[in-house]
Design a protein around this ligand. Sequence first.
Ligand SMILES: Nc1ncnc2c1ncn2[C@@H]1O[C@H](COP(=O)(O)OP(=O)(O)OP(=O)(O)O)[C@@H](O)[C@H]1O
Ligand SMILES: [Mg+2]
Length: 276
Amino acid sequence: MKAFRGEPSIFASARPEDRRAELEVKKLTLKFGGITALNQIDLLVRTGELVAVIGPNGAGKTSLLNCITGYYKPQEGQIFFNGNEITNHHTHHLTKLGIGRTYQNIELFPGMTVLSNMLLARHAHCKYNIGKASLFLRSVRDEEVRHRQILEELIDFLEMQSIRKQLVGSLPYGMRKRVELGRALALEPKLLILDEPFAGMTLEEKEDMVRFLVELNESWNQTMVLVEHDMSVVMSISKRVAVLDFGVKLAEGTPEFVQNHPQVIKAYLGDTSEID
Ligand SMILES: Nc1ncnc2c1ncn2[C@@H]1O[C@H](COP(=O)(O)OP(=O)(O)OP(=O)(O)O)[C@@H](O)[C@H]1O
Ligand SMILES: [Mg+2]
């Protein structure tokens, strides 16, 4: 994306330093009947960090993301975003605050094109209402132009030029995952939350996705929470890793620390000698 390489660019108006985002989860507990999906979970993600959350199936990873993004209502605990409490805030409000996400099960409109899916996401940024739009005010027109420019830059960045007009439902699974990332980025999120973005991808698709995420994080200071089962990816791109098991945080630290943590090895990683 041009914006990542400097001026002139419409996207450059959102400078890396404008993307400050700090997330603090405190003693979060979430129960479904007799199941404790999250048990007193703490997590701190600082501006510009890429923090991974890993753990076995059913450990509570998606539940944690769903609490942060307002889909699930925790029974106990608090969530803060840039110092303001956001516990149980509405999803729509959290999107406006700058929390963007992708979903474990892709949530795109398969009958719409790549561009239309991304344009829909931009609606969260619309400052105009229907009344103003119907008058076709200059401000509305300018905003529409900006939406389009940002999307085109994102499409360039994610190397999706050749598929921009294709229906999402006709794309290979790995490519749909990339469109999902594009849709989340179209909101210009301060905090980007990714739920298994590498699942079902070919090796080549994974390499591309790694490249995009690393560039976002390192050049763009994009704060990210990454849930992922592919340990070679997690260990190579995360600065910090939190490990959940049965809703409890087993360990947290550098990739090296968690890879050598006896409880983590027992509960999830097994023999890590093959992770490179
Ligand atoms: N909406 C729900 N209703 C009832 N139980 C739920 C719901 N969502 C999650 N759970 C339960 O909460 C626990 C944690 O599930 P969660 O989906 O958060 O796990 P996960 O770590 O994301 O697993 P995976 O790696 O398989 O995606 C599981 O026991 C799950 O069955
Ligand atoms: Mg999950």
